[in-house]
Design a protein around this ligand. Structure first.
Ligand code: DOR
Length: 425
């Protein structure tokens, strides 16, 4: 068996940090200490060695959207971004509301072998919002996170029944908070900028109203719930109050909502169109505070590949979404004034707990632990060049932008999936 040595890095995990070599064999960490040897050496000089990143929110598009991304290309992008596990969103074609779709996604991911893919399941059949999906059948196929992401569950009674049904199963319901009636025809955040541009607005209230409703449903049913891609200062306040009341809720924020604002839409560039939309600087600042004080648990990418043909359409018809897997760490380190270990908590061990995979991702780097690891230079500045991304799509809003923190190696199950800055073949 090959013994791989990660040499000369600064090891950071939930237990603290130390300078150490890390030896890996047979998918496990076998030794952590000074002056270790190995058959294959990965240089970690000047780098941090941390548990692999875990993404709660990635659109891998397969089945049905293979022109934009496949499970093979999406997991290559994940490896390039330092991820060892990603939750695959269910808004595929067909949607992930049956065991056959879930089994297909799992089989494709195992064949690609670049990271663990955790298929999510729909809350409602076909994500149409009328009847509940078969949670028990999907849970038996390994689904833990259920969501209609891309849309929110509009019907409050159906959402209540979903929470009651979920209570008996070891699963998590995750809501995309959007009251559709309030966002009909909307293109960007409703505010001063959209008025100036004369473009229909997506009000903060459309998110906050559903979030408020669901927090009250959690209070009623006692069932835990996760909230996807929160984007407004009001949402941070609602979750903060809910947690203070002891409600069992968790929340995520995307790298783009932590770094970009609605002003960018003045370019009419479809790469800035996303759902929920980019908000104001006051929202960005509230999200950063919410992440720093633990109101928001995780950074999740909402990696949403779209082909150039669709993104180059006029702003009102271009689909919402932006790439995220390969830039998340660099955006987080460039924009967050938080200790490195706290940033890693939000990118790795906290999402691992929410996804229910902390037995194999995000855990302490110690002998016996699973060898799902990322090695990155926290200070390296690099410019995003879309043509060099591993994703099949190019819809990044960070084209030509300088980020901070670059992945050097990613190891999944003990094998390098990204090595010396390149996807391993
Ligand atoms: O911007 C987004 N794109 N938000 C979503 O909720 C869905 C996603 C997509 O599937 O493209």
């Amino acid at each position: 068996m090959t013994r791989t040595l990660i040499r000369g890095g600064r090891v950071i995990d939930a237990t603290g940090e130390r300078m150490a070599d890390v030896a890996v064999e047979g998918g496990r960490v076998v030794d952590v200490g000074a002056g270790l040897g190995g058959d294959e050496v990965l240089d970690a000089g000047g780098c941090v060695v941390a548990p692999g990143l875990v993404d709660l929110h990635a659109h891998l598009r397969e089945p049905g959207g293979e022109q934009a991304e496949t499970i093979a290309s999406g997991t290559a992008a994940a490896a390039a971004g330092g991820y060892t596990a990603v939750v695959a969103m269910p808004n595929t074609e067909p949607a992930a509301d049956s065991r056959s779709v879930v089994d297909f996604v799992t089989a494709r991911a195992i064949a690609a072998g670049r990271c663990e893919v955790l298929p999510s399941g729909c809350i409602t059949v076909g994500r149409r919002g009328h009847e509940l999906a078969p949670f028990a059948e999907l849970a038996a196929a390994g689904v833990r996170l259920f969501t209609d992401d891309g849309s929110g569950v509009q019907d409050p009674l159906l959402m209540r029944r979903a929470l009651e049904y979920a209570a008996g199963l070891d699963i998590v319901l995750a809501q995309h908070c959007q009251v559709d009636r309030l966002t009909e025809g909307a293109v960007m955040h409703e505010g001063e900028c959209c008025s100036r541009l004369g473009v229909p607005g997506w009000p903060a209230l459309a998110e906050e109203l559903m979030l408020h409703r669901d927090l009250e449903l959690v209070r009623l049913t006692g069932t835990p719930m996760h909230f996807l891609h929160l984007s407004t200062a009001g949402s941070v306040e609602l979750v903060r109050a809910a947690k203070a009341d002891g409600l069992p809720v968790t929340a995520e924020v995307t790298p783009h909502h932590l770094s970009l604002t609605d002003e960018l839409l003045a370019s009419f560039d479809g790469n800035y169109k996303v759902n929920p939309p980019l908000r104001t600087m006051a929202d960005v600042e509230a999200l950063r505070v919410g992440l720093a004080d633990g109101t928001i648990d995780a950074i999740a990418t909402d990696h949403a590949p779209h082909s150039p043909e669709t993104k180059e359409q006029p702003l009102d018809v271009a689909p919402p979404g932006m790439l995220g897997l390969e830039t998340a760490l660099g955006v987080a380190l460039a924009h967050l004034d938080m200790p490195l270990a706290r940033v890693l908590a939000a990118l790795s061990w906290k999402p691992a707990t929410i996804a229910g995979v902390s037995d194999r991702h995000g855990g302490p780097i110690e002998p016996g632990g699973a060898a799902n690891l990322v090695v990155f230079d926290p200070d390296e500045r690099w410019e995003v060049a879309p043509a060099r991304l591993a994703s099949l799509s190019r819809n990044t809003p960070y084209r030509g932008v300088k980020l901070r923190g670059r992945v050097r190696h990613t190891l999944f199950d003990g094998r390098p999936t990204f090595r010396d800055g390149a996807v391993a073949t």
